[in-house]
Ligand binder design. Sequence first.
Ligand code: UD1
Length: 342
Amino acid sequence: MSARPEPATLLITGGAGYIGAHTCVALQRAGYRLVVLDNFCNSSPQTLARIERITGQPLEGVQGDVRDRALLDRLFQSQAIQGVLHFAGLKAVGESSEKPLEYYSNNVAGSLVLMQAMQAAGVKTLVFSSSATVYGTPQFLPYTEAHPLAPVNPYGRTKLMVEDMLRDLHQSDADWRVGILRYFNPVGADASGLIGEDPRGIPNNLMPFIAQVATGRREFLNVWGNDYDTPDGTGVRDYIHVTDLAAGHVSALQHLEKTPGCLTLNLGSGQGHSVLEMVRAFEQASGRTIAHRFAPRRAGDLPAFWANADEARRILGWEARCSLLQMCEDTWRFQTQSAEAG
Ligand code: UD1
């Protein structure tokens, strides 16, 4: 009888964060063994226990920072890591203008140290969390991967800088297998209700804010602008269920395992939805009324953007499946259950 092959081991940076945690669930289910590195600056170790509870599989959690080269060297020496999914980073657009150096340090310097440690260890498979923010003001819609790259804030520039570093690295050494995934607007939560998006303080993003209005924690939603050139005047975005997004990572990694290269893909649903559509879908999912008021446009907001998601479908055979209603139902389940889950 032949022995079962050992599961491949992956390093997940930022694996306790919102997108990282959901991707950990998908990767464990796909048979990978995980080492999660997280400094918990915007997440909690409790999330790692919840991932284990969802999948019934253990993972190894390490508290630390991606900028800690000695720690990375120790991890690569002590574990048979075959690839890295790099989620660790700061992600608040407004804050990135107030504290740009923190963003360049965490996002750019952190990625550089990680790539250096990987190169030294001979680990050359990396999937990176990029963002649709790298496109900037739309020259055309939907954004394709070939759209010009011109981010308009420090956060977006950090993402583009890391993308450029990865392209240069792959150019210099074709053994690298690089996946650059440009996320649109991830929302929703794992169907268990155990993990989801749990921002500290007042949420910046639409879905967590709506969820807090539904529970009564916030009085009403400010709809930032109802005079855009969109069907109902409110901002339009491409919302994608975080479970679909997580599945996209597994597909990208499996593609890179078979096919070396530098892959750059939009991960979006390919559909735009307005703020008011989101409000109505959440009302339907929760059975609550979402009080809202129209307020002036938020500085720096784009009227509308959504993805052309054809490349991911063509190359990976992946596409987003969950409806807006499912996104809202799962967010609501997390919002109402996670406090009780312990
Ligand atoms: C923001 C970030 C983007 C990041 C994404 C993560 C900016 C400019 N961009 O995108 O880089 O990748 O989050 O999901 O911040 N809205 C309201 N009221 C609110 C909150 C939001 O009306 O209280 C509206 C916004 O005006 C926008 C839509 O809801 O039309 C979505 O906003 P948000 O969830 O903040 O995402 P983005 O601004 O698209």
